[in-house]
Design a protein around this ligand. Sequence first.
Ligand SMILES: NC(=O)c1ccc[n+]([C@@H]2O[C@H](COP(=O)([O-])OP(=O)(O)OC[C@H]3O[C@@H](n4cnc5c(N)ncnc54)[C@H](OP(=O)(O)O)[C@@H]3O)[C@@H](O)[C@H]2O)c1
Length: 344
Amino acid sequence: MSSQTALWLTEKLGSFKVGPKDIPIPGPGEILVKVHSVGLNPVDWKIQATGFWVENYPAVLGNEAAGTVEALGEGVTAFVKGDKVFHQGTMDNRKATFQQFVVVPASIVSKIPDNISFDQAASLPVCVATAVIPLYSQPSTGIGYQAPWDGGRAKYSGQPILVLGGATSVGQYVIQFARLSGFSPIITTASLHNSALLKSLGATHVIDRNLPFSALSDEISRVTTAPIQLVYDAVSLADTQQAGYDILAPGGYIVLVLGSTIKTTEGDNKKILGVFGSFHAPDNVALGEVVAPQLTKLLADGDIVPNVVEVVPGGLHGIVSGLERLKNNLVSAKKLVVRPGDTV
Ligand SMILES: NC(=O)c1ccc[n+]([C@@H]2O[C@H](COP(=O)([O-])OP(=O)(O)OC[C@H]3O[C@@H](n4cnc5c(N)ncnc54)[C@H](OP(=O)(O)O)[C@@H]3O)[C@@H](O)[C@H]2O)c1
């Protein structure tokens, strides 16, 4: 078998179309994965709507997948055919995940533990990477906290963190890793109907995200008088960025998931850290290789739990309507996934 089905973006700013595609052949150090489930991310609709990141068309998009190992490239010994795995994809037509078979460097692939489904596993890679890269990479890619899997568990007790947008898929992992690292209190903003969920993940205080930003500082000072040295803005719209920056204490870091629009003041001594949440990026591969096996263990032990997932029906066809829902802010505190094998 040499042909499969993929979701194509036909041209820059063009439309999506399901069609045939060759099955990529794994090169040295790579594995071929038969994809059971893929996660949908805001970046997928943003590429279609704005034309950024991808230059070669027609293009396959998609940044995360779970499935079974179908074939091994030369030199791969850590996996055997049939292993259940999950991984992050990236923007080239061999490695993007909106297709039924995809290749990936074996070194950044995680095995799926028995307590996690393919759909749950497919929801993890992008947002876990986006949480851990800025927290645990060394400067200038990250802040350089000691990772929980490397002796840093509970190390940052008594240091507060503010997570703007705790109900985002990214924010839910930031809260969980902050809990493992010991940050306290863990203060987050979200719609209050997500409070119970976020507290189950480790948030200690949930502030209504619909309050005016002018009230945020007072709300936080009711929780702690300690300086806020770490803000993770998982929304990173202009208003959340500025609110987070204004609350940040001198010497501290604000992490942004989108480009900075912050108006800074000279001499304020606050650090702004942008994140590129990809373990395929050369700066992040080494951390990705460490995280890949650790993530299997963290999930098996229940230290990290996946987001709530919703399977969008229709196989690869379902991606288009799923991305439309993400674009229109119609998804709250859950991850949309599709099963490429269901495509008819
Ligand atoms: N830089 C990178 O490498 C990278 C990687 C991944 C994602 N991102 C970006 O990060 C952002 C989040 O991605 P995601 O997949 O985590 O998003 P998502 O799960 O689709 O986000 C949906 C959530 O956003 C929350 N939200 C929206 N506006 C908010 C606000 N003003 N304050 C607080 N919460 C708000 C909503 O919370 P409620 O339901 O509680 O209202 C909703 O649950 C996107 O812009 C994405 O493109 C960047």
